[in-house]
Design a protein. Sequence first.
Length: 198
Amino acid sequence: MICLHVPGDAGRRFLFKSDPVPPNPMRVLFLHCDVLEYEVREKALPSAEDLPPEKRRGRIEDALVCFISAEKEDESDVEGIVQEAVRNIEEVAAQVKATRVAIYPYAHLSSSLAASGPAKTIFALLEERLRKSGFQVLASPFGYYKSFKVSVKRHPLSELSREIHPASAATAKDDVSEAVKAEQKLVSEWFILEPNGD
Ligand code: SSA
Protein backbone atom coordinates (compact mmCIF):
# COMPACT_ATOMS: atom_id res chain seq x y z
CA MET A 1 0.00 0.00 0.00
CA ILE A 2 1.20 3.51 -0.76
CA CYS A 3 0.09 6.29 1.63
CA LEU A 4 0.50 9.90 0.66
CA HIS A 5 -0.06 12.89 2.86
CA VAL A 6 -0.34 15.96 0.70
CA PRO A 7 0.67 19.19 2.49
CA GLY A 8 -1.75 22.06 2.05
CA ASP A 9 -4.60 19.78 1.16
CA ALA A 10 -6.45 20.07 4.50
CA GLY A 11 -4.57 17.04 5.79
CA ARG A 12 -6.32 14.75 3.37
CA ARG A 13 -4.75 11.32 3.00
CA PHE A 14 -4.68 9.44 -0.26
CA LEU A 15 -4.47 5.70 -0.08
CA PHE A 16 -3.67 3.64 -3.12
CA LYS A 17 -4.15 -0.01 -2.68
CA SER A 18 -3.94 -2.51 -5.50
CA ASP A 19 -7.34 -4.20 -5.53
CA PRO A 20 -7.27 -7.96 -5.49
CA VAL A 21 -7.84 -9.34 -8.98
CA PRO A 22 -11.57 -10.17 -9.13
CA PRO A 23 -11.93 -13.92 -9.02
CA ASN A 24 -13.57 -15.77 -11.90
CA PRO A 25 -15.33 -18.65 -10.24
CA MET A 26 -16.41 -21.88 -11.87
CA ARG A 27 -20.01 -21.45 -13.00
CA VAL A 28 -22.63 -24.15 -12.90
CA LEU A 29 -26.12 -23.96 -14.33
CA PHE A 30 -28.30 -26.59 -12.63
CA LEU A 31 -31.42 -27.80 -14.42
CA HIS A 32 -33.58 -30.45 -12.84
CA CYS A 33 -34.85 -32.21 -15.93
CA ASP A 34 -37.34 -34.82 -17.01
CA VAL A 35 -34.94 -35.58 -19.83
CA LEU A 36 -31.62 -34.53 -21.39
CA GLU A 37 -30.60 -35.90 -24.78
CA TYR A 38 -27.50 -34.97 -26.77
CA GLU A 39 -25.89 -35.97 -29.99
CA VAL A 40 -22.21 -35.39 -30.74
CA ARG A 41 -21.41 -33.37 -33.87
CA GLU A 42 -17.88 -32.44 -34.91
CA LYS A 43 -14.82 -31.80 -32.77
CA ALA A 44 -14.60 -28.31 -31.28
CA LEU A 45 -11.05 -29.01 -30.13
CA PRO A 46 -8.60 -30.88 -32.40
CA SER A 47 -7.29 -32.62 -29.27
CA ALA A 48 -10.69 -34.12 -28.42
CA GLU A 49 -10.43 -37.89 -28.19
CA ASP A 50 -12.18 -40.01 -30.83
CA LEU A 51 -15.42 -41.49 -29.58
CA PRO A 52 -16.89 -44.96 -30.06
CA PRO A 53 -20.45 -44.92 -31.52
CA GLU A 54 -22.09 -45.62 -28.13
CA LYS A 55 -20.61 -42.43 -26.71
CA ARG A 56 -21.84 -40.21 -29.54
CA ARG A 57 -25.35 -40.05 -28.13
CA GLY A 58 -26.56 -39.78 -24.58
CA ARG A 59 -29.85 -39.66 -22.75
CA ILE A 60 -30.78 -39.43 -19.09
CA GLU A 61 -34.17 -39.09 -17.43
CA ASP A 62 -35.23 -37.52 -14.17
CA ALA A 63 -31.78 -36.05 -13.55
CA LEU A 64 -29.96 -33.00 -12.28
CA VAL A 65 -28.21 -31.60 -15.36
CA CYS A 66 -25.11 -29.52 -14.60
CA PHE A 67 -23.79 -27.25 -17.34
CA ILE A 68 -20.30 -26.33 -16.20
CA SER A 69 -17.61 -23.86 -17.27
CA ALA A 70 -14.18 -24.49 -15.78
CA GLU A 71 -12.39 -21.20 -15.18
CA LYS A 72 -8.79 -20.04 -15.45
CA GLU A 73 -8.72 -19.66 -11.66
CA ASP A 74 -9.60 -23.35 -11.24
CA GLU A 75 -6.35 -24.43 -12.92
CA SER A 76 -4.29 -23.63 -9.82
CA ASP A 77 -6.39 -25.76 -7.47
CA VAL A 78 -7.93 -28.63 -9.40
CA GLU A 79 -8.48 -30.76 -6.28
CA GLY A 80 -10.08 -27.86 -4.38
CA ILE A 81 -12.47 -26.96 -7.17
CA VAL A 82 -13.50 -30.57 -7.76
CA GLN A 83 -14.23 -31.03 -4.04
CA GLU A 84 -16.40 -27.90 -3.94
CA ALA A 85 -18.16 -28.73 -7.19
CA VAL A 86 -19.02 -32.21 -5.88
CA ARG A 87 -20.22 -30.71 -2.58
CA ASN A 88 -22.46 -28.23 -4.41
CA ILE A 89 -23.83 -30.85 -6.80
CA GLU A 90 -24.60 -33.15 -3.84
CA GLU A 91 -26.34 -30.27 -2.07
CA VAL A 92 -28.53 -29.30 -5.04
CA ALA A 93 -29.24 -32.95 -5.88
CA ALA A 94 -30.42 -33.50 -2.29
CA GLN A 95 -32.69 -30.46 -2.51
CA VAL A 96 -34.42 -31.75 -5.65
CA LYS A 97 -34.08 -35.41 -4.61
CA ALA A 98 -32.11 -36.40 -7.72
CA THR A 99 -30.06 -39.58 -7.79
CA ARG A 100 -28.96 -39.15 -11.40
CA VAL A 101 -26.73 -36.33 -12.63
CA ALA A 102 -25.44 -35.25 -16.01
CA ILE A 103 -22.26 -33.22 -16.27
CA TYR A 104 -22.05 -31.16 -19.40
CA PRO A 105 -18.88 -29.19 -20.24
CA TYR A 106 -20.29 -25.86 -21.33
CA ALA A 107 -17.85 -23.15 -22.33
CA HIS A 108 -20.46 -20.39 -22.69
CA LEU A 109 -20.91 -19.46 -19.04
CA SER A 110 -17.41 -18.05 -18.81
CA SER A 111 -15.38 -15.08 -19.95
CA SER A 112 -12.07 -16.62 -18.83
CA LEU A 113 -12.06 -20.33 -19.58
CA ALA A 114 -9.58 -22.76 -18.12
CA ALA A 115 -7.29 -24.24 -20.76
CA SER A 116 -8.59 -27.48 -22.21
CA GLY A 117 -5.99 -29.71 -20.47
CA PRO A 118 -6.86 -28.77 -16.88
CA ALA A 119 -10.54 -28.39 -17.75
CA LYS A 120 -10.63 -31.95 -19.09
CA THR A 121 -8.96 -33.23 -15.90
CA ILE A 122 -11.53 -31.37 -13.79
CA PHE A 123 -14.42 -32.99 -15.68
CA ALA A 124 -12.86 -36.47 -15.49
CA LEU A 125 -12.37 -36.12 -11.72
CA LEU A 126 -15.89 -34.78 -11.26
CA GLU A 127 -17.32 -37.78 -13.06
CA GLU A 128 -15.27 -40.20 -10.96
CA ARG A 129 -16.08 -38.52 -7.62
CA LEU A 130 -19.80 -38.25 -8.35
CA ARG A 131 -19.94 -41.96 -9.21
CA LYS A 132 -18.09 -42.75 -5.97
CA SER A 133 -20.60 -40.63 -4.16
CA GLY A 134 -23.38 -42.94 -5.41
CA PHE A 135 -24.87 -41.02 -8.35
CA GLN A 136 -25.70 -42.49 -11.70
CA VAL A 137 -23.68 -40.17 -13.94
CA LEU A 138 -23.96 -39.25 -17.59
CA ALA A 139 -20.84 -37.36 -18.68
CA SER A 140 -21.26 -35.63 -21.99
CA PRO A 141 -18.06 -35.68 -24.11
CA PHE A 142 -15.52 -32.91 -23.69
CA GLY A 143 -14.31 -30.89 -26.68
CA TYR A 144 -17.16 -31.57 -29.11
CA TYR A 145 -20.00 -29.56 -30.59
CA LYS A 146 -23.24 -31.28 -29.63
CA SER A 147 -26.90 -30.78 -30.27
CA PHE A 148 -29.05 -31.26 -27.22
CA LYS A 149 -32.60 -31.18 -25.95
CA VAL A 150 -33.60 -30.61 -22.37
CA SER A 151 -36.97 -30.71 -20.76
CA VAL A 152 -36.84 -28.89 -17.44
CA LYS A 153 -39.19 -29.80 -14.64
CA ARG A 154 -41.55 -27.05 -13.59
CA HIS A 155 -40.95 -26.77 -9.85
CA PRO A 156 -39.37 -23.59 -8.40
CA LEU A 157 -35.98 -25.21 -7.70
CA SER A 158 -35.63 -26.73 -11.15
CA GLU A 159 -33.43 -23.90 -12.47
CA LEU A 160 -30.58 -22.31 -10.57
CA SER A 161 -27.00 -21.28 -11.00
CA ARG A 162 -24.05 -21.14 -8.66
CA GLU A 163 -20.55 -19.77 -8.64
CA ILE A 164 -18.09 -22.20 -7.11
CA HIS A 165 -14.75 -21.34 -5.55
CA PRO A 166 -12.08 -23.88 -4.63
CA ALA A 167 -12.35 -25.10 -1.03
CA SER A 168 -9.17 -23.17 -0.12
CA ALA A 169 -10.63 -19.84 -1.33
CA ALA A 170 -12.95 -19.61 1.70
CA THR A 171 -9.91 -19.64 4.00
CA ALA A 172 -8.19 -17.12 1.78
CA LYS A 173 -11.21 -14.80 2.08
CA ASP A 174 -11.11 -15.05 5.89
CA ASP A 175 -7.41 -14.27 5.78
CA VAL A 176 -8.08 -11.13 3.81
CA SER A 177 -10.74 -9.90 6.21
CA GLU A 178 -8.46 -10.58 9.21
CA ALA A 179 -5.73 -8.61 7.46
CA VAL A 180 -8.13 -5.74 6.87
CA LYS A 181 -9.20 -5.81 10.56
CA ALA A 182 -5.55 -5.73 11.66
CA GLU A 183 -4.88 -2.84 9.33
CA GLN A 184 -7.71 -0.84 10.92
CA LYS A 185 -5.96 -1.10 14.30
CA LEU A 186 -2.69 0.31 12.96
CA VAL A 187 -1.57 3.72 14.18
CA SER A 188 -0.11 5.71 11.30
CA GLU A 189 2.85 7.98 11.52
CA TRP A 190 3.00 10.74 8.98
CA PHE A 191 6.07 12.44 7.56
CA ILE A 192 5.97 15.47 5.36
CA LEU A 193 8.72 15.84 2.84
CA GLU A 194 9.28 19.35 1.63
CA PRO A 195 10.57 19.80 -1.93
CA ASN A 196 13.96 20.99 -0.53
CA GLY A 197 14.35 17.68 1.31
CA ASP A 198 13.68 18.97 4.91
N1 SSA B 1 -13.62 -24.14 -31.56
C1 SSA B 1 -12.97 -23.78 -30.33
C2 SSA B 1 -12.53 -22.34 -30.42
O1 SSA B 1 -11.68 -22.11 -31.45
C3 SSA B 1 -13.93 -23.86 -29.18
O2 SSA B 1 -15.12 -23.93 -29.37
N2 SSA B 1 -13.35 -23.83 -27.97
S1 SSA B 1 -14.18 -23.85 -26.59
O3 SSA B 1 -13.35 -23.25 -25.62
O4 SSA B 1 -15.47 -23.28 -26.69
O5 SSA B 1 -14.32 -25.33 -26.16
C4 SSA B 1 -14.91 -26.25 -27.01
C5 SSA B 1 -15.44 -27.38 -26.18
O6 SSA B 1 -14.41 -27.88 -25.32
C6 SSA B 1 -16.58 -26.99 -25.27
O7 SSA B 1 -17.80 -27.11 -25.90
C7 SSA B 1 -16.41 -27.97 -24.14
O8 SSA B 1 -16.89 -29.25 -24.50
C8 SSA B 1 -14.92 -28.08 -24.01
N3 SSA B 1 -14.25 -27.10 -23.13
C9 SSA B 1 -13.04 -26.55 -23.37
N4 SSA B 1 -12.65 -25.78 -22.34
C10 SSA B 1 -13.65 -25.83 -21.43
C11 SSA B 1 -13.83 -25.24 -20.15
N5 SSA B 1 -12.90 -24.46 -19.60
N6 SSA B 1 -14.97 -25.48 -19.48
C12 SSA B 1 -15.91 -26.28 -20.03
N7 SSA B 1 -15.78 -26.89 -21.23
C13 SSA B 1 -14.68 -26.66 -21.93
